[in-house]
Design a protein around this ligand. Sequence first.
Ligand code: SF4
Length: 362
Amino acid sequence: MELKQLYNKALELAPLNEEEGVFLYEEAPLEEMVFIGDRLRQIHSPGNRVGWMIDRNVNITNICFSQCTFCNFCRKKGSPDAYVTSVHDYIKKIDELFALGGDQLLLQGGMNPDLGLEFYTGLFRQLKELYPALRLHALGPPEVVFLAKKENLSYSEVLKVLIAAGLDSLPGAGAEILSDRVRKKVSPAKATSEEWLEVMREAHMVNLPTSATMMFGHIETLRERMLHLVKIRKLQSEKPNGSYGFITFIPWPFQDEGTVLAVRDGIRSSYNASDYIRLIAISRIMLNNIKNIQASLLTVGKGVAMLSLHAGANDLGSIMIEENVVSAAGAHNRFGAAEIQDIIREAEFIPVRRNQKYEPMD
Ligand code: SF4
């Protein structure tokens, strides 16, 4: 294998296999990876516009049977600080969201064994009746798998019922690393990699907009990271023509503060700045059929996010009013609407506010 040959292959938008990805990641000088990542970003998203959005993360409940070892957010049923968010609290939070100019709720778990499909459809309907302009970016493949098993329904049936109740798009939550070796250690009670992919396959069949993610920097190997990217690319290539598919890919590093992985097993986050920038570039290279790559400002902070915009990323995500899951494990970066736009300008790009489908809003 030669670097130049792989660069040319990437620039022709040809699919690289996992061995080629590993070779590039390990052997290519960082500045060359950045150059290729940026050239590919220009093919997928020409110009120098960078997307951002306003949304609010609300956790439906922190009770979760999954007890993932990287999670410092979940609680067992009966814990003194366990909760299920009340409608009164949703109303307060949504009013604040609209006051700040946002219209989307990112609604996420835990997976509370007491909450079935009727609970979620009732909640979605109630929120949409109260706020018809509200957009719901909610749940994720593990919750769909959980609900399908609980209700004895197919993934497609669960998705259709959720969509009818008001679900607008499905986050790529719970992907972590799509390797069952890794998942058995970090999230053994959660959807398997094939289940995660199957839910997304069904979501693409019913044209539900989705995103893909990766949480890296814990116990995975480099080859497993590349296989994760290959699996995402392969699934995207199978989506029906005209279906949204994966609108974006968002990698973020494991946040280790207070997690079982760190405290019990001594696994600390192995992420550093150059690793993240390299990962953004290799994501651009491997994901030849996904238009948008988002740098995770919330977890990597301003400096690394700015550099990521020169390595292939074309989006900085949301100002994320209230985030509880990764912040419980150490991600303490917070930015308002003015700051995120300043960061994009400081990196010499033009900020463009967008919606969940990556359509410009202004
Ligand atoms: S990461 Fe999500 S699924 Fe896993 S324990 Fe935490 S809340 Fe539950």
